[in-house]
Design a protein around this ligand. Sequence first.
Ligand code: DOR
Ligand code: ZN
Length: 344
Amino acid sequence: MQTLTLTRPDDWHLHLRDGAAMAAVLPDTARRFARAIVMPNLKPPVTTVALAAAYRDRILAALPAGIDFTPLMTLYLTDNMPPAEVDAVKASGFVHAIKLYPAGATTNSDAGVSDLKKCTATVARMERLGVPLLVHGEVTDPAVDIFDREAVFIDGVLLPLLRDFPALKVVLEHVTTREGIEFVRDGGMNVAGTLTAHHLLLNRNAIFAGGIRPHNYCLPVLKRETHRQALVAAAISGSPKFFLGTDSAPHAQSAKETACGCAGCYTAHAGIELYAEAFEAAGALDRLEGFASFYGADYYGLPRNTEKISLRREALAIPLSLDYLGSDRLVPLRAGESVAWRLE
Ligand code: DOR
Ligand code: ZN
């Protein structure tokens, strides 16, 4: 039997939600990951350090006893976040980044940025203080094909942004295209990217395999196979610019299996195991630890974890659904199938 031992990993992009939903999903992440960058797209969004402090307290209060887990908080950038809020972020010690959602790009992004030019003073302060900007990198123009929105965003928004703020720390989150990989690769060491397990494992055919598959629908949407191969190559390259971010994004079954279903794949139940599958398929299990446990911490200027976890190569059956909100269930990725690795 094959066992894989690695330094306890971190998740550099996670949706925990709030209230009962958060309490339902938090143990899945906390059992695997030592820390996670927690997305601020709540309703209402987490726009101030004070709101982030209160959200952090709610997460810590919901943590099962005996599990060591540190939520790393983020703020939600709006058109009118004052530069002084960036000073408060820097001084807080528990808010680690600010997230850019183009208004209307995805779940709970209505309060996001309508035009990045409105944020010039705030972004300048971020550059000066070294506060990372986490980017949902898609244009929202409905005239742009949904499969092209990342590439168009890079050319139209990110490259000009980095010309104006060359030292700004930018994480292109959930990179889904070859163009996204090249953008990160060709940028300075201030530019990094996270990769999800589902984008490493699936291409866009998975959304339409034998019928429409709402649980494989996320944003940015899965892309064609050539792009998936570019993501895998980056993940296993050993480049410290690419690191793990699950983008695990729970939505109740009723909100996914409906005429206009929500975007998001729930992967926290097998948050590291799915990556082990992807790296094994690429013959690169020896590269998993850097990607999952070292490079993200290094980028954020945080200490690497010291504890270890072990994975055993043995099929883990995934239930059809998980407890979530009363009678409303949560359908995880691979529901009714299995994952090749299990956490010891
Ligand atoms: O699929 C997604 N779900 N993409 C996002 O950007 C947001 C997320 C969510 O919050 O559900
Ligand atoms: Zn996300």
